[in-house]
Write a protein that binds this ligand. Structure first.
Ligand code: NAD
Length: 419
């Protein structure tokens, strides 16, 4: 029988059976995903700690690592920055596809020293793929403090534990946003980047500096990956590819910041996964590497492409450019090609077509609600799934792989007493 593991407040391990397969998740979307790939199991596996493993990139990387036979330890606080149902579905999918022997899921904050230290002590990761972060540029302007907490404090905590536990390779997510308002046509790792234009970008640059320090002091292998706007199935609802598909599909207005002549280098999720896994497999001392597509797309062409893929006309609300946004991003991916054998394969046209196809299926199964901009992100800490779902107490097992173990036990005991 499958189990997942969490700690209760006394740090005692609780093992929670995952035996109540439920109707909510036994839907055709998940079934389709389950049957889409046949895992190839290899003998020599790594133990890879994937932080942010419930998120968009983290769950996709975990899927790949598990499918090739690695053991994956996922840590995620499941915050409600965007609809937490998407994260739950990601975990549910991994859990059901691979079971609990090689896919271990912990819910909690990477900054919680006892929680994260216990995980290193117990699991002894050989590699770390650190993707947990507060992402998003505009929200970081509204509330920089949670970005400093998760991104800077969290990364420092993981670097420190990784050197203590002699992790072979520490791969972490940086971002193209570190390039700020660079005037250059193509953005290269050798560019001087010291003028971040948002708190988010500043935290990512800080992570790169801290990684260098830990490499210098302790010879920890650290590779930082500067992702260029990642999109695809299971993508983030706060980002333009998902938002535009969602809003145009539903006949709602989309916001076009500027005159449509800004352009961005969009990278399809499968290409990013290939780059991340190549980086995990190849310790490089200290490196920072762009992972992009190298072919920017104009905003107005992007909107036209989405119209084509969802077969509806966009209602466009034109707004001035936003503070913190950059006009153009285009990755120089020469270094990634050279060091990682990285070669993006999916064109933007094909990627958006696949994303729109996924969106239609996921939308019809009610997997998410539209992303809402907020005045404050302070409340967006970990949220219990039952808060989000307005579930009945008797439904708690439906999300047992993310529910706090002690809460579940208390609820089960109460039900037993009433039965
Ligand atoms: P995501 O929001 O889907 O995933 C991040 C996950 O981290 C979330 O599930 C969140 O709950 C978790 N998390 C946040 N703070 C945490 C904490 N303190 N403790 C534990 N878990 C925490 O985002 P994503 O798009 O998958 O991004 C993954 C990484 O890539 C992030 O570091 C992000 O900054 C970086 N990045 C992403 C993009 C992109 O286009 N998606 C571009 C550049 C950089």
């Amino acid at each position: 029988m499958a189990h997942f593991y969490q700690f209760n407040e006394d740090k005692r391990e609780l093992s929670v059976p995952f035996d109540e397969v439920n109707e909510f998740f036994a839907d055709s979307h998940i079934q389709a995903l389950l049957s889409s790939k046949t895992p190839v199991v290899i003998d020599n596996f790594n133990v890879i700690l994937v932080t942010g493993g419930a998120g968009f990139i983290g769950s996709s990387v975990s899927d790949y690592l598990l499918s090739r036979g690695d053991k994956v330890i996922i840590v995620d606080e499941m915050n409600d920055y965007y609809d937490v149902r998407l994260k739950q579905t990601n975990l549910e999918y991994l859990f059901r596809k691979y079971g609990s022997d090689r896919c271990i899921i912990y819910r909690g904050d990477i900054c919680d020293v006892d929680f994260i230290s216990d995980i290193y002590e117990r699991e002894r990761p050989t590699h770390v793929c650190h993707l947990a972060a507060r992402a998003g540029v505009r929200p970081s302007i509204i509330d920089p403090y949670i970005y400093v907490h998760s991104n800077i404090e969290g990364t420092t905590r993981l670097l420190d534990l990784s050197r203590q536990y002699k992790v072979k390779n520490f791969v972490y997510a940086s971002s193209s946003s570190v390039y700020g308002c660079s005037e250059k046509e193509v953005l290269s790792e050798s560019d001087v980047v010291e003028k971040p234009v948002s708190p988010y970008a500043a935290t990512k640059k800080a992570c790169e500096l801290l990684a260098y320090t830990f490499h210098h002091l302790y010879s920890l292998n650290c590779t930082g990956l500067r992702f260029f706007t990642v999109y695809g199935p299971r993508g983030r609802p706060d980002m333009a590819p998902f938002k535009f598909i969602d809003r145009i599909f539903n006949g709602q207005a989309i916001q076009q910041y500027g005159d449509g002549s800004t352009s961005r280098d969009y990278t399809y999720i499968d290409d990013i996964v290939a780059g991340v896994v190549a980086a995990i497999d190849k310790p490089l001392g200290y490196e920072v590497i762009n992972l992009g597509n190298g072919r920017p797309y104009l905003l107005k062409d992007f909107i036209a492409l989405v119209e084509l893929c969802v077969d509806r006309e966009a209602i466009i609300e034109k707004l001035p450019e936003q503070p913190g946004d950059v006009d153009r991003t285009c990755a120089d991916i020469t270094k990634a090609k050279m060091l990682l054998g990285y070669e993006p394969k999916v064109s933007f046209e094909e990627g958006i077509r696949r994303t729109a196809e996924w969106y239609r299926a996921a939308h019809s199964e009610g997997l998410f609600k539209p992303f809402e901009e907020r005045e404050s992100y302070n409340s967006a800490k970990s949220s219990m799934p039952n808060d989000t779902f307005h579930r009945e107490e008797s439904d708690l097992e439906l999300s047992s792989y993310v529910e706090k173990a002690d809460k579940q036990f208390a609820s089960r005991n109460r039900r037993r007493l009433h039965a």
